[in-house]
Design a protein around this ligand. Structure first.
Ligand SMILES: [Zn+2]
Length: 264
């Protein structure tokens, strides 16, 4: 997970960046499954759904989105990867896990080998072929590269000269749910990098009898949190989102140049 401050941008830009990350940064996910045997108590559709949600390591340099591939989306080695699974249970309660998937490309495999797919009884089998393809989160959440969220950058100020009237204790410091205020030497002050966890709950503001605390947010500044599913790195998520963003702006400008503009 990464947390950073994005400064000097509008709220609209920050939200557009968030939406591009969620909906247009492609990753690999299983999109088609052919079951040859399924003796588990789960329907084929349920297993296929579970398989789709298993994050797969993704090589964005090698693979194309199916609709952009030279094969026209039919399926070739440049736009899909085959994963197979063949398990026969020796004992009751045998668990089929993501680690049982065998990929034809070592660069595209489950991020974690311990994701549970199904449980089998003794002598039961599960055999299937699955095809993973690049896709985008706007079509299905299984193609989202991770999670992203943002909030206002906290700007909390404490006038410690007013702390003299509370010499023994600081109620505001005690009530802060994140413990972001230190009280020592009869003075309250914010801990270093308090903005990492400050949620702007204003609990300190409400509990300072001297009204020494001002809670606000920095204009045009936002705290982003990005967590990758493990399919691609956080750096790849950010750089790819910026490339997509730039392409959108170029496309928009291209359309503008082709139109006659009328004054309002
Ligand atoms: Zn192809």
């Amino acid at each position: 997970m990464i947390k950073f401050e994005l400064d000097g941008v509008s709220l609209e830009f920050a939200n557009a960046f968030r939406r591009v990350v969620l909906s247009e940064v492609p990753v690999m996910a299983i999109d088609e499954v052919i079951f040859l045997e399924n003796d588990s108590p789960l329907f084929d559709e349920m297993i296929a759904h579970r398989l789709g949600l298993i994050p797969l390591t993704t090589d964005l340099k090698t693979y194309n989105l199916p609709h952009e591939c030279t094969c026209g989306g039919v399926g070739c080695t440049l736009c899909q990867v085959e994963l197979t699974c063949s398990v026969k249970a020796d004992l009751d309660g045998h668990i089929v896990r993501s680690g049982d998937l065998q990929s034809t490309d070592p660069a595209v495999k489950p991020v974690n080998d311990d994701i549970i797919i199904a449980k089998l009884q003794k002598n039961s089998s599960m055999v299937f072929e699955a095809f993973a393809r690049l896709g985008e989160g706007r079509d299905h959440a299984k193609w989202q590269p991770g999670q992203i969220g943002f909030g206002y950058t906290p700007d909390v100020k404490i006038d410690s000269t007013k702390c003299a009237k509370c010499p023994d204790q600081c109620i505001a410091a005690r009530r802060c749910p994140e413990e972001l205020i230190e009280f020592s030497g009869n003075k309250a002050k914010l801990i270093k990098d308090y903005w990492h966890t400050c949620s702007l709950c204003e609990e300190c503001l409400r509990n300072c009898p001297q009204e020494a605390i001002a809670v606000g947010s920095k204009p045009n500044s936002y705290i982003f949190t990005i967590e990758s599913s493990g399919a691609i790195t956080i750096k790849e998520i950010i750089t790819r989102a910026m490339v997509v963003f730039q392409e959108k702006i170029d496309e928009f400008l291209g359309h503008l140049e082709n139109k006659e503009l009328f004054p309002l």
